[in-house]
Design a protein around this ligand. Sequence first.
Ligand code: PBG
Length: 323
Amino acid sequence: MNLIKRPRRLRTSQSLRELVKETKLSASDFVKPLFVVNGENIREEIPSMPGNYHLSLDELEKEVKSLMAVGIKAIMLFGLPKTKDAEGSSAWQEDGIVQQALHLLKEKFPDLLLITDLCLCQYTDHGHCGVLKEGKIKNDETLTNLAKIALSHAEAGADMIAPSDMMDGRIAKIRNTLDQNDFKEISIMAYSAKYQSAFYGPFRDAAHSAPGQGDRSTYQMDPANSDEALREIDLDIEEGADIIMVKPALSYLDIIQRAADNYELPLAAYNVSGEYAMVKAAAEKGWIDEKKVALEILTSIKRAGANIIITYWADQAAEWLKE
Ligand code: PBG
């Protein structure tokens, strides 16, 4: 055959393939979510998320040390509070679990980037992400409470706040509150296009945050929609978001790509609990190779256009990348 163009030429050796690789993962792409609980000496593995734990503060410190040893430089904190009420007031207590964790980590690991997930669902007794009255989520009343949480996180040492509630107007409200209290340098990573997804199942078991009644479809986005994601992102940018996010990642690579094509802001994608759990479960059965599949998934998320990947594989993937 007289073929002039032979794409296989660039695949002939490992070094050549490395040279022309378009997407390269690195530990600095990853953010590791961590679940903090009250108590001492607690390191309880989350059954549906093997390799992830409920950690008391002493164990959190150990966990962070080992994350940093493999090159992870950013974490996202989720708290499991002692008590829940209708409003979710334990979310903004000065000595709440996330606030305590922030104080500790800021002091012990000044170079670690501390991101907090900002939401009410772990703190309300009804499990919804907002103020609930007569079965309805009250958007504007919720904003007041979200701002209280943001301020308490900032005061405790958070570097970046990531609101995941999907209320309208929350980014403006939070930005405003932070600025008025002289936290102008704290950045906001907005869960902008957050879908009402069944892939959050394992997380809700882990965070004890499943809604008691109903679902989140009046505030999280319909998985069928794509243009709406751009409208949500537009609003968050107008309101002052520094980083935008698409969540989940794997079934939403098209949304990640559209966001990357349309906006210049750093783009995060959340590789959520269900995406992790299904790989873990299949790997446990010996049906797939966890390492290869996980790295392929993470590569696809970055290839689609995400600059930042929030993933339960963060530390494991960082180790794999060194091999
Ligand atoms: C809080 C929140 C959720 C996740 C991140 N922040 C759960 C939800 O919206 O129900 C999901 C993370 C995951 O599944 O890994 N609102």
